[in-house]
Design a protein around this ligand. Sequence first.
Ligand code: HEC
Length: 364
Amino acid sequence: MSGFTGAKSLEALNVAAFRLKTASLDDGPAITEPTAAMSTFSNRQPASNQAALARFTGTEMAPCERKASLFDDGHGTAVPFASDNVSEATRALVEARVNKIPGYVQLFAAVFADVKNTGKVSFTHVAQAIAEFEMSLSFASAPIDMYARGDKAAMTDSQKRGAVVFFRDKSCVSCHAVSGQSNEMFSDFKNRQIAVPQIAPEYGPGKGNFLFDGDTCDQDFGAFNSAGEDVADKESLKYKFRTSPLRNVGAQPTFFHNGAFTRLEDAIRHHLDVAASVSGYDAAKAGVAADLTVRKPSNQALLNDVDPLLRNPVNLSAQEFSDLVEFVRVGLMDERAKKENLCKLVPKKLPSGLIVGTYEGCQQ
Ligand code: HEC
């Protein structure tokens, strides 16, 4: 694991998504259930790389003001920096903690033969377990898939009309792609600059522990930060973020990389006129948590270089807009991804004895 500098993790997860074949919207060989797709993906390598290569480098996590106490907001043990890269130290810490808890070692031994033999859990086992869990959460059997498989009643008329808006020339599908390598995941997996309004947390003990980019420490440079030093046109990556896959997006409480919007309608409307959306943006009105409304980052730089596909406003009638929202919210929703089903996955207790986190929407 040593010597890792560039950011490979996003690519790794993208590759994982590419491997999932679901319904037959394009002409590749179709696998109708994600579970079947998983059997073609036996070692889960891309997703376990994602887990194993999680970035903890100083430049990635605190680009603005490099602090050795980066992970210390006064509540825990600071992880020491080792030559500008805390990854090794962080992994070693995780490994040591897991091995100290017999309940975890037993659980790992039950699935990994080498843990059973040696009694020792390595960080790679942890990464593979996380990957396995992530892959079990790919739900891609929505009304649109059932429709594509021949059940013409699976989509409502409104969803069908919304799909037409979504797929027609140069609209949503240009970026939220479904064919070829996109593999029906509603993303081209490219980094794009769509001028999502910036929000930044307050910084300090008991508040956020994350400083952002730029002179004011409140800008998020996006893909620029995760590009290795050797990338030639690094500057052009500023403010770019990966096109989000849209499956099950209706179950999300917030939208975009930073959660700048809390209503799906607002996230979709942003695309229709990015300049108007950015200039009229008010974090409190968008419904984001109070601690994200205090700092008000400038959005000026965003508007200079918006993706050409979104430079001109798109006019949709009220009917077209509500159909489009209905298609994205319900037409792409797999029932298994609903919170009633996901909340059941939260364990009652943890081998560490630590308190189980509370998950929004899952409290009884
Ligand atoms: C120029 C490419 C592009 C086009 C065209 C585009 N999008 Fe997006 N979309 C993106 C990118 C990039 C993101 C992620 C941005 C981020 O995270 O900051 C995104 C995010 C989203 C999200 C939020 C997803 C999430 O997980 O939070 C929704 C919803 C969405 N797009 C819907 C649409 C719809 C509907 C259309 C058509 C009206 C559309 N998009 C057209 C690039 C595009």
